[in-house]
Design a protein around this ligand. Structure first.
Ligand SMILES: [Fe+2]
Length: 278
Protein backbone atom coordinates (compact mmCIF):
# COMPACT_ATOMS: atom_id res chain seq x y z
CA UNK A 1 0.00 0.00 0.00
CA UNK A 2 1.59 3.25 -1.15
CA UNK A 3 1.15 6.47 0.77
CA UNK A 4 2.90 8.78 -1.69
CA UNK A 5 3.68 9.05 -5.37
CA UNK A 6 6.38 11.03 -7.11
CA UNK A 7 5.41 14.08 -9.17
CA UNK A 8 7.11 16.89 -11.09
CA UNK A 9 8.18 20.02 -9.23
CA UNK A 10 5.69 22.92 -9.40
CA UNK A 11 7.07 25.43 -11.93
CA UNK A 12 7.48 28.23 -9.37
CA UNK A 13 9.74 26.02 -7.22
CA UNK A 14 11.81 24.33 -9.94
CA UNK A 15 14.91 26.39 -9.24
CA UNK A 16 15.02 25.70 -5.49
CA UNK A 17 14.18 22.03 -6.18
CA UNK A 18 17.31 21.83 -8.28
CA UNK A 19 19.47 23.53 -5.62
CA UNK A 20 18.21 21.21 -2.86
CA UNK A 21 18.29 18.16 -5.18
CA UNK A 22 14.76 17.47 -3.96
CA UNK A 23 12.17 14.99 -5.21
CA UNK A 24 8.48 15.95 -5.13
CA UNK A 25 5.63 13.79 -3.87
CA UNK A 26 1.89 13.95 -3.34
CA UNK A 27 -0.74 11.51 -2.00
CA UNK A 28 -0.77 8.18 -3.83
CA UNK A 29 -3.85 6.88 -5.62
CA UNK A 30 -4.19 4.33 -2.77
CA UNK A 31 -4.48 7.18 -0.30
CA UNK A 32 -6.78 9.30 -2.47
CA UNK A 33 -9.21 6.38 -2.79
CA UNK A 34 -9.15 6.08 1.03
CA UNK A 35 -9.82 9.81 1.53
CA UNK A 36 -13.61 9.47 1.98
CA UNK A 37 -13.14 6.88 4.73
CA UNK A 38 -10.70 9.16 6.56
CA UNK A 39 -13.27 11.95 6.40
CA UNK A 40 -16.07 9.63 7.66
CA UNK A 41 -13.92 8.30 10.50
CA UNK A 42 -12.97 11.85 11.47
CA UNK A 43 -16.65 12.86 11.59
CA UNK A 44 -17.29 9.98 14.03
CA UNK A 45 -14.16 10.46 16.17
CA UNK A 46 -13.87 14.24 16.32
CA UNK A 47 -10.66 16.19 16.94
CA UNK A 48 -7.58 14.21 18.04
CA UNK A 49 -6.56 14.46 21.71
CA UNK A 50 -3.38 16.22 22.81
CA UNK A 51 -1.40 13.94 25.14
CA UNK A 52 1.83 14.52 27.09
CA UNK A 53 4.78 12.18 26.53
CA UNK A 54 7.89 12.01 28.62
CA UNK A 55 11.32 11.34 27.24
CA UNK A 56 14.38 13.55 27.23
CA UNK A 57 11.94 16.40 27.67
CA UNK A 58 8.21 16.65 28.10
CA UNK A 59 6.60 16.68 24.67
CA UNK A 60 2.99 16.93 23.62
CA UNK A 61 1.50 15.16 20.68
CA UNK A 62 -1.81 14.94 18.88
CA UNK A 63 -3.09 11.42 19.15
CA UNK A 64 -5.94 9.20 18.01
CA UNK A 65 -6.86 6.20 20.15
CA UNK A 66 -6.69 3.41 17.59
CA UNK A 67 -8.81 1.16 19.85
CA UNK A 68 -11.69 3.57 19.38
CA UNK A 69 -11.68 3.51 15.59
CA UNK A 70 -13.10 0.99 13.16
CA UNK A 71 -10.91 -2.14 12.84
CA UNK A 72 -10.79 -2.15 9.03
CA UNK A 73 -9.85 1.52 9.06
CA UNK A 74 -7.19 0.91 11.69
CA UNK A 75 -5.65 -1.88 9.57
CA UNK A 76 -5.40 0.50 6.58
CA UNK A 77 -3.72 3.12 8.77
CA UNK A 78 -1.21 0.51 9.81
CA UNK A 79 -0.48 -0.27 6.13
CA UNK A 80 0.14 3.42 5.40
CA UNK A 81 2.37 3.80 8.44
CA UNK A 82 4.39 0.77 7.28
CA UNK A 83 5.19 2.82 4.18
CA UNK A 84 6.69 5.53 6.42
CA UNK A 85 8.84 3.02 8.30
CA UNK A 86 10.44 2.06 4.97
CA UNK A 87 11.54 5.60 4.16
CA UNK A 88 15.31 5.84 4.54
CA UNK A 89 16.71 9.23 3.63
CA UNK A 90 19.99 10.87 4.52
CA UNK A 91 21.09 13.87 2.43
CA UNK A 92 18.10 13.51 0.09
CA UNK A 93 15.16 15.80 0.75
CA UNK A 94 11.53 15.20 -0.18
CA UNK A 95 9.16 18.05 -1.04
CA UNK A 96 5.37 17.74 -1.12
CA UNK A 97 2.50 19.31 -2.98
CA UNK A 98 -1.29 19.18 -2.59
CA UNK A 99 -1.39 17.29 0.72
CA UNK A 100 -4.05 19.70 1.97
CA UNK A 101 -6.48 20.18 -0.88
CA UNK A 102 -10.13 19.87 -1.90
CA UNK A 103 -11.59 16.99 0.08
CA UNK A 104 -8.58 16.92 2.40
CA UNK A 105 -9.17 19.81 4.77
CA UNK A 106 -6.81 20.91 7.56
CA UNK A 107 -8.98 19.02 10.09
CA UNK A 108 -8.97 15.83 8.03
CA UNK A 109 -5.25 16.17 7.51
CA UNK A 110 -4.67 16.59 11.29
CA UNK A 111 -6.82 13.52 12.00
CA UNK A 112 -4.92 11.42 9.44
CA UNK A 113 -1.48 12.60 10.66
CA UNK A 114 -2.59 11.80 14.24
CA UNK A 115 -3.61 8.29 13.16
CA UNK A 116 -0.21 7.78 11.50
CA UNK A 117 1.51 9.03 14.67
CA UNK A 118 -0.48 6.63 16.85
CA UNK A 119 0.23 3.71 14.54
CA UNK A 120 3.98 4.42 14.36
CA UNK A 121 4.28 4.69 18.14
CA UNK A 122 2.16 1.59 18.76
CA UNK A 123 4.24 -0.60 16.44
CA UNK A 124 7.41 0.49 18.28
CA UNK A 125 5.77 0.32 21.74
CA UNK A 126 7.27 3.72 22.43
CA UNK A 127 5.25 6.92 22.86
CA UNK A 128 8.28 8.97 21.81
CA UNK A 129 8.91 6.99 18.60
CA UNK A 130 6.66 9.38 16.72
CA UNK A 131 5.25 12.75 17.75
CA UNK A 132 2.85 15.14 16.06
CA UNK A 133 3.65 18.17 18.11
CA UNK A 134 1.18 21.07 18.33
CA UNK A 135 2.64 24.41 17.25
CA UNK A 136 2.53 27.53 19.41
CA UNK A 137 1.41 30.95 18.27
CA UNK A 138 4.11 33.65 18.13
CA UNK A 139 3.04 37.27 18.39
CA UNK A 140 4.91 40.21 16.86
CA UNK A 141 8.11 40.16 14.82
CA UNK A 142 10.05 36.92 15.16
CA UNK A 143 12.30 34.41 13.46
CA UNK A 144 13.51 30.89 14.17
CA UNK A 145 17.10 30.55 12.96
CA UNK A 146 18.22 27.23 11.47
CA UNK A 147 18.64 24.35 13.89
CA UNK A 148 18.09 20.61 14.21
CA UNK A 149 15.45 19.41 16.64
CA UNK A 150 17.53 16.40 17.74
CA UNK A 151 14.49 14.51 18.98
CA UNK A 152 14.92 10.79 19.30
CA UNK A 153 13.13 10.16 15.96
CA UNK A 154 15.25 11.08 12.93
CA UNK A 155 12.72 12.25 10.37
CA UNK A 156 10.94 15.58 10.38
CA UNK A 157 7.90 15.98 8.14
CA UNK A 158 6.57 19.55 8.01
CA UNK A 159 3.49 20.43 5.96
CA UNK A 160 2.50 24.09 5.82
CA UNK A 161 -1.07 25.18 6.27
CA UNK A 162 -1.96 28.76 7.28
CA UNK A 163 1.03 30.48 5.69
CA UNK A 164 2.17 34.09 5.60
CA UNK A 165 2.46 35.74 2.22
CA UNK A 166 5.57 37.22 0.63
CA UNK A 167 8.96 36.94 2.26
CA UNK A 168 7.56 36.78 5.79
CA UNK A 169 8.36 33.73 7.87
CA UNK A 170 9.56 31.52 4.99
CA UNK A 171 10.76 27.99 5.68
CA UNK A 172 14.57 27.73 5.71
CA UNK A 173 16.74 24.67 5.03
CA UNK A 174 20.49 24.21 5.26
CA UNK A 175 22.41 20.93 4.80
CA UNK A 176 24.48 19.92 7.84
CA UNK A 177 27.30 19.23 5.40
CA UNK A 178 27.25 22.88 4.27
CA UNK A 179 27.16 24.07 7.90
CA UNK A 180 30.21 21.98 8.79
CA UNK A 181 32.23 22.32 5.61
CA UNK A 182 31.40 25.82 4.40
CA UNK A 183 29.66 28.02 6.99
CA UNK A 184 31.90 27.23 9.98
CA UNK A 185 35.04 26.62 7.92
CA UNK A 186 34.72 30.18 6.56
CA UNK A 187 34.76 31.66 10.07
CA UNK A 188 38.40 32.36 10.77
CA UNK A 189 39.71 30.89 14.06
CA UNK A 190 36.43 29.19 14.96
CA UNK A 191 37.38 27.10 18.06
CA UNK A 192 38.22 23.48 17.17
CA UNK A 193 36.54 22.05 20.25
CA UNK A 194 33.27 23.87 19.47
CA UNK A 195 33.47 22.64 15.87
CA UNK A 196 33.94 19.04 17.03
CA UNK A 197 31.07 19.41 19.48
CA UNK A 198 28.70 20.70 16.78
CA UNK A 199 29.80 17.86 14.51
CA UNK A 200 29.15 15.31 17.24
CA UNK A 201 25.52 16.26 17.88
CA UNK A 202 24.65 15.18 14.35
CA UNK A 203 26.47 11.87 14.61
CA UNK A 204 25.76 10.64 18.07
CA UNK A 205 22.59 8.81 18.90
CA UNK A 206 20.78 11.31 21.07
CA UNK A 207 19.83 9.63 24.32
CA UNK A 208 16.77 10.39 26.43
CA UNK A 209 18.85 12.20 29.01
CA UNK A 210 21.16 13.92 26.56
CA UNK A 211 19.23 16.63 24.80
CA UNK A 212 21.79 18.74 22.95
CA UNK A 213 19.29 21.02 21.24
CA UNK A 214 19.91 24.02 23.51
CA UNK A 215 23.70 23.64 23.24
CA UNK A 216 23.46 23.58 19.45
CA UNK A 217 21.22 26.67 19.38
CA UNK A 218 23.54 28.63 21.67
CA UNK A 219 26.68 27.72 19.66
CA UNK A 220 25.05 28.62 16.36
CA UNK A 221 22.98 31.64 17.37
CA UNK A 222 24.04 32.81 20.83
CA UNK A 223 24.62 36.58 20.80
CA UNK A 224 27.35 36.13 23.44
CA UNK A 225 29.63 34.33 20.93
CA UNK A 226 32.32 36.44 19.23
CA UNK A 227 31.43 34.66 15.95
CA UNK A 228 27.71 35.58 16.20
CA UNK A 229 27.64 38.19 13.38
CA UNK A 230 29.89 36.16 11.10
CA UNK A 231 27.92 32.98 11.65
CA UNK A 232 24.69 34.83 10.81
CA UNK A 233 26.19 36.26 7.64
CA UNK A 234 27.58 32.90 6.45
CA UNK A 235 24.34 31.06 7.20
CA UNK A 236 22.43 33.71 5.20
CA UNK A 237 24.85 33.17 2.33
CA UNK A 238 24.11 29.44 2.07
CA UNK A 239 20.61 28.93 3.46
CA UNK A 240 17.74 27.92 1.17
CA UNK A 241 14.63 30.05 1.62
CA UNK A 242 11.62 28.24 0.20
CA UNK A 243 8.23 29.80 -0.46
CA UNK A 244 6.07 26.77 0.18
CA UNK A 245 2.34 27.26 -0.21
CA UNK A 246 -0.54 25.65 1.66
CA UNK A 247 -0.40 21.84 1.51
CA UNK A 248 3.28 21.91 0.54
CA UNK A 249 6.29 21.12 2.73
CA UNK A 250 9.29 18.90 3.25
CA UNK A 251 10.54 15.68 4.81
CA UNK A 252 14.15 15.71 5.99
CA UNK A 253 16.55 13.66 8.03
CA UNK A 254 16.99 15.95 11.05
CA UNK A 255 20.64 14.92 11.50
CA UNK A 256 21.47 15.85 7.88
CA UNK A 257 19.50 19.08 7.44
CA UNK A 258 18.90 22.14 9.60
CA UNK A 259 15.56 23.89 9.33
CA UNK A 260 14.13 27.20 10.49
CA UNK A 261 11.87 30.13 9.70
CA UNK A 262 12.94 33.48 8.25
CA UNK A 263 12.24 36.82 9.92
CA UNK A 264 8.63 37.89 9.97
CA UNK A 265 7.28 41.30 10.93
CA UNK A 266 3.91 39.81 11.85
CA UNK A 267 3.22 37.01 14.28
CA UNK A 268 2.71 33.43 13.16
CA UNK A 269 -0.36 31.40 14.04
CA UNK A 270 -0.58 27.99 15.66
CA UNK A 271 -2.14 26.72 12.41
CA UNK A 272 0.92 27.47 10.30
CA UNK A 273 2.12 23.89 9.96
CA UNK A 274 1.67 20.22 10.78
CA UNK A 275 4.80 18.63 12.20
CA UNK A 276 5.29 14.89 12.43
CA UNK A 277 8.52 13.34 13.67
CA UNK A 278 9.14 9.62 13.32
FE1 LIG B 1 12.52 22.79 14.76
Amino acid sequence: MKLLKEIHAPTSLEDITHKCKAKWFTWSDDLLSFQDQIEKEFQKYGQPEILPFFGMAKAESYNVDLQRINGVFSKKISEFSTYLTKIKIKEEVHFFDNLICDGFSSDTFRFFFSCLRASLSTRRSDGMASLYIPIGEVKGSNEFPVHSDLYIPTYLWNIFDEILVGDNGCPLLLPVDVLLNKVIKEIKNFPDDKYEYIKSVFHERVLYNEDKYMELISLLHGKENWWYEEMKEKINKYVFKIKFGRGQGYLINDRKWLHGRSFSTEGVTSKRLHRLVF
